[in-house]
Design a protein around this ligand. Structure first.
Ligand SMILES: Cc1cc2nc3c(=O)[nH]c(=O)nc-3n(C[C@H](O)[C@H](O)[C@H](O)COP(=O)(O)OP(=O)(O)OC[C@H]3O[C@@H](n4cnc5c(N)ncnc54)[C@H](O)[C@@H]3O)c2cc1C
Length: 360
């Protein structure tokens, strides 16, 4: 009988989809010694490349259930993976802290209650005279913004993360195929995945990390999973006002659901929207700046210098994400309509544990 390690080294795993979930699974499984192939026809045009990279871990207010457990595990795993990946890109880091703000008194009371109920030294209510609140109120010309700070949460630059993972995968000589899988089937204990060019890829295990398209590959296997497309949009705004220094603002913060990331003295990113759609909207500036009743002139006169979007998948009729063992050697890891960047380490760990169990 083969040892578990030998089983790993001789098992070929095909990962379909090369967004953050596919790439992270490849990292986790490659470190365990598996032979990996990743297949994706358009790895640079996915929702992972659109992500802002905010990691809402500790600041998440529902502290129970599967969603919290995945967050908790990811919060623990992220620093270890960052350290590991810094070998390929020493600049990769999580910039902290993360600030959550609101103009709504009732919402603020809830945030305050959450902090008071959770005895966590890394979470605090921001006092009105804190430097963060003062600078935000000054820049946005408001008086009523209040909120909380999480010293442990922050942001990872999603593009830099994806590039670093590519460097790792290249270094490990992981097989990458620029192909689309149109069909999977099982034959003699092996999975046969057919590409659009009619090539066949044999593997012992298949992991579906191809977001919305995952259900197309399993329909014929009669699994009743449904996914809905969710559009996310973001903009980069250039401002032209010598009086305002956007770098006086915190590195990343959220006001009533909109994430704001100052990039330089006169440039900031705002994102993102969440709607059941696949087509970007034209009135995106209005939508993304509606967190203020009255915009300061520097913002209303700001010019969009970049805009982008991504289509995510949201499970219909069950919680996000979908992580299931569908058949012997067939795992699905999809439905990350939010927080895919945050949750990637915990979800990849789950997949690895399922595979270890399957092979033992
Ligand atoms: C504007 C915006 C902002 C966001 N901000 C954040 C944030 O701050 N923090 C956070 O954690 N998350 C954020 N997200 C969410 C995050 O981007 C997603 O949760 C995550 O990217 C999902 O990753 P994925 O790998 O499942 O899907 P994707 O990145 O969409 O990758 C799926 C891949 O599968 C491939 N594929 C599809 N069909 C096939 C096939 N048949 N064969 C082979 N390959 C196939 C596609 O080409 C694609 O590359 C944001 C998203 C958007 C759009």
């Amino acid at each position: 009988m083969k040892s578990l390690k030998e089983n790993f080294q001789t098992s070929h795993i095909l990962i379909i989809g090369s967004g953050i979930i596919g790439k992270f699974n490849a990292l986790e499984l490659s470190e365990l010694g598996f032979q990996i192939t990743i297949v994706d026809p358009a790895q640079h045009k996915n929702s992972s490349n659109a992500a802002l990279g905010i990691l809402m871990g500790n600041i998440y207010q529902k502290r129970r259930g599967r969603s919290w457990n995945l967050r908790k595990q990811s919060i623990e795993l992220w620093p270890k993976w960052i350290k590991f990946l810094q070998e390929f890109n020493y600049e990769l880091n999580i910039t902290k802290p993360l600030i959550q703000l609101t103009r709504n008194e009732e919402k603020f009371k809830k945030l305050e209650k959450f902090i008071n109920e959770n005895n966590d030294d890394h979470l605090r209510v921001l006092e009105k005279d804190s430097i963060f609140i003062k600078n935000i109120n000054k820049a946005f010309q408001t008086k009523n913004i209040k909120g909380i700070i999480s010293l442990k949460d922050g942001r990872i630059n999603a593009n830099s993360l994806l590039k670093t993972l590519d460097m790792y995968l290249k270094n490990k000589k992981i097989n990458y195929l620029k192909e689309e899988i149109i069909k999977i089937r099982k034959s003699n204990n092996q999975w046969i995945s057919t590409t659009r060019d009619k090539d066949e890829i044999k593997s012992d295990i298949v992991i579906l990390c191809n977001s919305l398209k995952a259900v197309d590959l399993i329909d014929n296997l009669s699994h009743n999973l449904k996914l809905k497309p969710v559009l996310g949009q973001a903009i980069e705004v250039d401002i032209n006002d010598a009086e305002v220094d956007l770098l006086s603002l915190p590195k990343q913060f959220n006001i009533d659901g909109k994430n704001i990331i100052p990039k330089s003295k006169n440039k900031l990113i705002i994102g993102s929207t969440d709607e059941y759609s696949t087509k970007p909207e034209n009135n995106i500036f209005e939508k993304l700046t509606n967190f203020l009743d009255k915009k300061p002139s520097w913002l209303s006169n700001g010019k969009i210098s970049k805009k982008w979007f991504g289509i995510r998948s949201r499970p219909d009729g069950e919680p996000s994400p979908i992580m299931k063992n569908l058949d012997d050697g067939l795992i699905i890891c999809t439905g990350f309509y939010k927080n895919g960047i945050l949750l990637a380490p915990a979800c990849s760990r789950w997949v690895a544990n399922e595979i270890k169990q399957y092979l033992s």
